[in-house]
Write a protein that binds this ligand. Structure first.
Ligand code: C5P
Length: 313
């Protein structure tokens, strides 16, 4: 800290003098230097107050109450496994197959919610889950028939590895999600504190996983090897998505979160048919519009023979 603070001071001082000189010599109206001094003092005081309060709060919540913090080690370990397996699954399966198969996590989430949170599901909810399971099975059978993964780079992809990874991810997602929900709703601690605790373990366990699986390669080529702006985009998306999950679990629950994300698959498919004129081999939209009694109707033909009418109240 001694050397770091000195180094930062050197850079800060040089930039301060230069920037003061720059703003004081700009053409146009000049600001009052005395107000700048007041503002700097005010900002310094406020920052110290915030940092001190936040540091004290974090120290108490994370270190003093370490038993409470340790509780987060379990979901964190499972989430770290899941986040790594997701990369394995997506690298080995076509994106659509992964996306549909991954929806099995709603079933695992429901089972863990019943077992660990003593939730009860209505008959309609169980039937929905059964339908979901059937849908996933149909995708798997079709992939088997057409041979699956004939995309570029398919030679290095293994369908079996991808499938195992996605099934274990579904189990992890259900268990970790419900575990986190139990901890979150079982105390008054904020969702932000819970995520700080989760993040501490997640970083440590992630580093351990990195060292175990790819330690030598990372040491040889560097931590940020191959990072492009797109990779940064993926990382930011994943981090933001994680925080979003935490907030959704706080205000709703994991099962609802699962159905909401799977609804996005239906929405993007319908949007692709309409906006991008994508045609599906088995389904076509016949028409849609307002139905009777304040309902909204979407009618589809499936496989050229079957008609399906979806009616939303
Ligand atoms: O697919 P699923 O919804 O289970 O993925 C949850 C994701 O949200 C995981 O990547 C997990 O690391 C992240 N998460 C998080 N903070 C939470 C809960 C989940 O970052 N409190």
């Amino acid at each position: 800290m001694f050397y770091i603070s000195l180094a930062v001071l050197v850079v800060q001082n040089a930039s301060l003098i230069l920037s003061i000189r720059y703003v004081r010599t700009l053409p146009g109206e000049r600001f009052f230097a005395t107000t700048a001094v007041v503002m700097a003092e005010l900002l310094k005081g406020a920052t110290c107050l915030l940092v001190k309060q936040f540091a004290l709060f974090l120290y108490d919540a994370v270190v003093v109450q370490y038993v409470d913090t340790l509780k987060l080690a379990v979901p964190s370990l499972i989430y770290t496994l899941q986040n790594n397996l997701q990369y394995v699954a997506i690298s080995n399966l076509p994106a659509a197959t992964f996306q549909v198969t991954y929806q099995l996590k709603i079933l695992t989430t429901a089972v863990f919610s019943v077992l660990m949170l003593r939730k009860s599901l209505s008959r309609l909810q169980w039937v929905s889950l059964l339908l979901l399971f059937t849908g996933v099975a149909v995708v798997q059978v079709e992939q088997g028939q057409v041979g699956g993964g004939s995309s570029p780079g398919a030679a290095q992809q293994s369908y079996a590895v991808g499938l195992v990874a996605v099934v274990v991810s579904c189990l992890s997602s259900g268990l970790a999600g419900v575990y986190f929900e139990k901890i979150l709703k079982g105390s008054s601690a904020s969702v932000w504190l819970r995520n700080v605790q989760l993040g501490i373990f997640g970083t440590l366990l992630g580093l351990l996983g990195m060292w175990w699986a790819e330690g030598a390669a990372v040491a040889a080529q560097g931590f940020f090897h191959g990072y492009s702006p797109l990779v940064w985009g993926v990382i930011l998306n994943q981090a933001f998505g994680g925080l979003l999950v935490a907030v959704v679990v706080k205000y709703a629950d994991n099962i609802l979160k699962g159905f909401a994300t799977s609804l996005s698959i239906v929405a993007s498919t319908v949007a692709s048919i309409y906006i991008l004129s994508v045609t599906l081999p088995y389904a076509a939209i016949e028409g849609w519009g307002p139905g009777s009694q304040d309902s909204w109707v979407l009618s589809l033909t499936l496989g050229g023979e079957w008609g399906l009418v979806v009616r939303a109240a």
